[in-house]
Design a protein around this ligand. Structure first.
Ligand code: PHE
Length: 459
């Protein structure tokens, strides 16, 4: 792989058109099923508030610094994830492996993510039909069980999701990504707030709030530290080249640290809203907080069932959740697509089709994990769980670790300072110094310790 080959690529690199568009697209990548599906279920199965605190520390000391690093590297090289690392690294050093691991991670995440999106799509129809609108756990559990144990439905909804994502990615960076996110994010927020208010006013809601906000540190284990860190990587779409790729479309005058901080806090706010919508309901209706991947699909219908016009709002809720998931999926698919386009000079169309078909093939393993392949286990996990675990808890943290080391120790302060201050036009010296110090020492050490402990490599 040589740098020249990617520079020759006869494409005009697109750029996000406006500063608001940049924020919307980056936020569109971060906000997705991670907030609405994964954050609540992991918080639920890892004990609640104490886990939330660890997660927030991970965002501050790991997530934000790595996000800034990725964005600035991508903008400096204006290339896909692999070529960016090739261009910026000293000759013969294999830093491009970070980008290669990212392309792999994109496929593995999409494999299970597209299946969760498939469930959301299926729930739009179920919501329209009305059968799931119930406060009875037996009814909601049966509805979810019927869906995931049906191999045909699992596959078809996944293909529908992939077709939608593939189509949008074909439209290109500006039109596809910016347009959709800017308009729909506020509506989703409004709905989450509405569900949150209803959930908070349910009898017994207090228990759910206490679960989410009153930490009990005895519930934390080495494994849950790793899960919290993995969630921070996953949530902020970092550690795998998504933000390198998006950074490559950033404008030269964009304030990168400012954007990263805004994205991280807005993303956290959406997750908290989802938590506030779900946990009071968990306790009010007699669900278990550690229900796992099904948590969202059980509790949310029960909240809607107990509010006026609930059936209508639930349809809108699942439509908006599907749209949020699409923003995130576009950013995942963009990693291999940008790479294929630039490395092999494929047209955007060809690159998109190859990528989406590849995902459909790997993704079928995840789609069938609750039906035909339910008894197929690798390292004791179904394919769905394996893809999820291996990406969040191994691939993304490893990617983040090496990105931090690269920026801190190889790229160095001078280049970082020049790039993050937009060649001296922004006066953000203190922020840059704090970021640099964190990247140099804190981020790598924390990631390494949490990984080694969580994976039981050291005790
Ligand atoms: N951040 C997205 C979400 O929470 C998922 C994602 C992960 C997107 C990694 C891109 C890269 O839904």
């Amino acid at each position: 792989m040589s740098v020249q080959s990617s520079e020759k690529a006869p494409i005009n690199r697109a750029k996000f058109a406006t500063n608001l568009g940049v924020l919307a697209a980056t936020l569109g990548s971060a906000v997705g099923l991670g907030n609405i599906w994964k954050f609540p279920y992991l918080t639920g199965s890892n004990g609640g508030a104490a886990f939330l605190l660890v997660y927030i520390v991970c965002i501050l000391l790991i997530g934000i610094p790595v996000m800034v690093s990725e964005l600035v590297l991508g903008r400096a090289a204006r290339s896909n994830a692999i070529a960016t690392m090739q261009k910026l690294a000293p000759a013969k050093q294999p830093w491009w492996l970070i980008g290669a691991a990212g392309v792999l991670a994109a496929f593995m995440i999409m494999a299970f993510y597209s299946e969760v999106a498939a469930w959301v799509f299926a729930y739009i129809i179920k919501a329209i039909q009305g059968g799931i609108l119930s406060t009875d756990p037996n009814v909601t559990k049966a509805a979810f069980g019927d869906l995931v144990s049906n191999p045909v439905q699992s596959l078809i909804w996944q293909w529908i999701d992939l077709a939608v994502v593939g189509f949008i990615i074909l439209l290109g960076v500006n039109k596809g990504i910016e347009g959709a996110t800017k308009k729909l994010m506020p509506v989703l927020l409004f709905l989450l707030i509405l569900v949150g208010i209803r959930s908070l006013t349910l009898p017994g809601a207090g228990q759910g709030l206490a679960f989410l906000f009153q930490p009990d540190f005895s519930k934390l284990t080495a494994a849950s530290f790793l899960v919290a860190m993995g969630l921070a990587f996953f949530k902020l779409s970092v550690g795998m080249g998504t933000m390198i790729t998006y950074g490559s479309y950033f404008r030269d005058d964009q304030d990168i640290p400012g954007t990263a901080v805004r994205v991280a806090f807005s993303d956290l706010a959406v997750s908290l809203l989802a938590g506030i919508a779900i946990f009071p309901a968990v306790f009010a209706f007699g669900y278990k907080p550690d229900a796992g991947a099904s948590l969202l699909f059980l509790t949310i219908p029960s909240v809607f069932a107990s509010m006026p016009l609930g059936g209508f709002f639930m349809v809108i809720f699942f439509i908006l959740t599907a749209i949020a998931s699409i923003g995130a999926q576009i950013s995942l698919v963009e990693v291999p697509v940008a790479f294929l386009q630039e490395k092999f000079q494929f047209s955007r169309q060809k690159a998109s089709i190859i990528t989406v078909v590849g995902i459909a093939i790997v993704g079928s393993l995840a789609a069938l994990s609750n039906s035909s392949l339910a008894s197929a286990h690798v390292f004791g996990m179904t394919f769905f769980d394996l893809f999820d675990y291996a990406t969040s808890n191994i691939l993304l943290p490893l990617g983040g670790l090496f990105i931090a080391i690269f920026v801190g120790w190889v790229w160095g302060y001078k280049k970082l300072n020049d790039a993050l201050s937009n060649h001296g036009t922004l006066s953000n010296q203190i922020i840059i110094k704090v970021l640099y110090g964190t990247l140099l020492v804190v981020t790598p050490i924390l990631v390494a310790i949490v990984m080694l402990n969580g994976l039981k490599i050291i005790k």
